[in-house]
Design a protein around this ligand. Structure first.
Ligand SMILES: Cc1cc2nc3c(=O)[nH]c(=O)nc-3n(C[C@H](O)[C@H](O)[C@H](O)COP(=O)(O)O)c2cc1C
Length: 252
């Protein structure tokens, strides 16, 4: 048991409530059980508007670092290319990725870290892919844009989906889904370390030139290139369609 378990900091590790005790987990209006949140008294009349606000906003977001990070993390495109993150931070980001859930314990991922001069070689691969895919002559300025993309951040971690082969139980789609979960872990870990992150793909990322650069096998797919660094400008606010518009409950 580590310190986080012992401290009970994470609710899922908290001790089970005593049976005869207060209704820590009782049915809500919709019949689903809910857990008593910080600051909420055990008395039934405690669910007034003040406790409602407390429950909705303070307890749910401010006191929950995971939910808070999920909501407030943003894609940051402008980074200080001259200020690389510590290697240990990059490794923490990669380590977070490998704790993503994955079916049949396939761990369908691997990582290629591109930093320093190697970013220029990645830029050259992207530019070459642009030339290959174009039917007309590519303007030098357009080539330059492609070539410079990897130079916009000091470190890029390519997450490569590397599905396990030779097992009929493995569903290819699940391998990609697991790698996607790893990608989100990376972004949240970066955010928690004060790093800016930006997942970059684009048509040329899937080219043979880039596949060769990353030494990818036939069954592998590029999940995303995670640009990492420190933000060098304002970060635009996030925008999402409210989840209720995307949610259907089936209860009867
Ligand atoms: C797999 C994947 C690939 C992405 N590729 C690009 C990209 O090539 N260019 C880009 O501008 N953003 C890319 N993004 C980032 C999205 O634009 C960004 O997540 C979206 O705008 C939402 O912003 P947020 O991350 O701040 O919520 C990608 C995101 C994912 C998950």
């Amino acid at each position: 048991m580590d310190a986080a378990h012992k401290s009970g900091r994470f609710p899922i590790y908290a001790k089970k409530p005593k049976k005869e005790g207060p209704a820590s987990s009782r049915p809500d209006e919709d019949g689903l059980s809910r857990t008593k949140l910080a600051g909420e008294s055990d008395r039934p009349d405690s669910r007034t508007w003040t406790s409602f606000i407390y429950r909705q906003h303070l307890a749910r977001f401010c006191l929950n670092p995971v939910i808070d990070a999920i909501r407030s993390r943003r894609t940051v495109k402008k980074m200080d290319a001259e200020r690389p993150p510590a290697r240990s931070d990059v490794e923490t980001v990669i380590e977070a990725a490998i704790w993503a859930p994955n079916h049949h314990a396939t761990e369908p991922w691997r990582f290629v870290v591109v930093a320093g001069e190697a970013r220029k070689r990645l830029g050259a691969a992207l530019a070459a892919a642009l030339v290959t895919s174009s039917t007309e002559r590519v303007a030098p300025e357009r080539l330059e844009v492609e070539r410079n993309k990897p130079l916009s951040s000091p470190v890029i971690v390519a997450l490569i989906g590397s599905p396990k082969k030779g097992d009929n139980n493995i569903v290819p789609q699940e391998e990609v889904v697991a790698a996607g979960a790893a990608l989100q872990n990376m972004l949240l870990a970066a955010y928690s370390l004060g790093l800016a992150s930006f997942v970059r793909t684009g048509a040329h990322s899937y080219s043979q030139e880039v596949r060769t650069f990353f030494g990818m096998g036939e069954s592998e797919t590029l999940i995303g290139m995670v640009y990492l660094g420190y933000a060098s400008g304002a970060v635009p606010p996030g925008k999402r369609i409210p989840f209720r518009e995307k949610t259907t409950w089936l209860q009867d």
